[in-house]
Design a binder for this molecule. Structure first.
Ligand SMILES: NC(=O)c1ccc[n+]([C@@H]2O[C@H](COP(=O)([O-])OP(=O)(O)OC[C@H]3O[C@@H](n4cnc5c(N)ncnc54)[C@H](OP(=O)(O)O)[C@@H]3O)[C@@H](O)[C@H]2O)c1
Length: 286
């Protein structure tokens, strides 16, 4: 029940209507009888600072941040966790009495996805994308030295910044591969690829990320960080070829579970959250 004591937890994004977070965060709050409610708000980039200030003034417990606010929010947050500093992106902000603290739980979300699906990357891996999700992926894999990651990104400039970031943060070497070269299967090492991780936004609205399947005979697994009821177009294509393939649902679930703990100081009820997420996925109509 919503009362005058009910606290707010927000999700800020633009757009935000596709998000499944309200389904499973509210299910968890209600299951544990926590007097709080989780609501999504579509906030334009130019209003982000005001939105954060407003939430803090209203005594919100915290907020999740999604596209396009994860990096842009940093100047408006007082303190960052080490993980958020390394990644350079924040997806969870906790409002304490006197200050705000930013975290990045996407990294743990991706680790849990690998663990749960028994994917243990050995490399070489082709990582598609060089944005916030790609940074979370590399951070999660940073303890596997020498794994061999090639980043395939549409814009070369962002790919170069990404390579420099991985070198500076983790002393990791990332090879850069042109998007067209990869898609046409022209990259020299493509036949040795063990795994592909899609960390671009392609697939969010049903588009297919094209892979050069015929040149990837060693491919064992595909992870799509995009989520869509377990079967994004990329996941379907991989499964047709009998390749282990998972979408980003587990990453979403676990980044949310870690955020829940930061907001409430309580262990997240994973099964309750997962059931609500799957149910929400069936009913969500952006
Ligand atoms: N499952 C989860 O919990 C979870 C968590 C975080 C993110 N994600 C997924 O990750 C995706 C990316 O999020 P992000 O935060 O990394 O966003 P971002 O920082 O805006 O990066 C977007 C990336 O996608 C690439 N891209 C966009 N449109 C493209 C196109 N048409 N063709 C090729 N590349 C394209 C961009 O390449 P350019 O540099 O060339 O623009 C960039 O590398 C999201 O859409 C979401 O589905 C999932």
């Amino acid at each position: 029940m919503i009362r005058s004591s009910t606290r707010l937890i927000a999700l800020l994004g633009h757009p935000v209507r596709h998000s499944l977070s309200p389904y499973f965060q509210n299910a968890a709050l209600s299951f544990l009888h926590i007097d709080a409610v989780y609501l999504a708000f579509d906030v334009r980039p130019e209003r982000l600072a005001q939105a954060l200030e407003g939430l803090s003034t209203l005594g919100a417990l915290g907020t999740n941040l999604t596209i396009p606010h994860k990096e842009a929010a940093i100047p408006f947050i007082d303190n960052l966790s080490d993980e958020a500093k390394r990644v350079g992106a924040v997806n969870t902000v906790v409002f304490n009495e006197l200050s705000t603290v930013g975290y990045n739980t996407d990294v743990q979300g991706f680790r849990e996805l690998l663990k749960r699906n028994r994917i243990s990357p050995e490399g070489p891996i082709f990582l598609l994308g060089a944005g916030g999700a790609a940074k979370a992926v590399v951070s999660a894999l940073s303890d596997k030295s020498g794994i061999g990651i090639a980043c395939v990104n549409r814009s070369r400039e962002r790919a170069e910044r990404f390579r420099d970031w991985a070198r500076d943060q983790f002393a990791m070497h990332i090879d850069l591969v042109r998007w067209e070269c990869f898609q046409e299967g022209k990259e020299r090492f493509i036949h040795r690829a063990e795994g592909v991780i899609n960390a671009t936004s392609v697939g969010l609205t049903g588009e297919l990320v094209k892979l050069p399947w015929e040149n990837m005979a060693s491919l064992r697994w595909v992870v799509d960080t995009v989520y869509s009821k377990g079967r994004t177009p990329l996941v379907k294509e991989a499964q047709k070829r009998k390749i282990v393939a998972v979408d980003g649902t587990d990453m979403l679930l676990f980044q949310g579970a870690y955020a829940f703990k930061l907001f409430t100081n309580k262990e997240a009820p994973i099964t309750v959250m997962e059931n609500a997420l799957l149910e929400g996925g069936k009913n969500n109509r952006p």
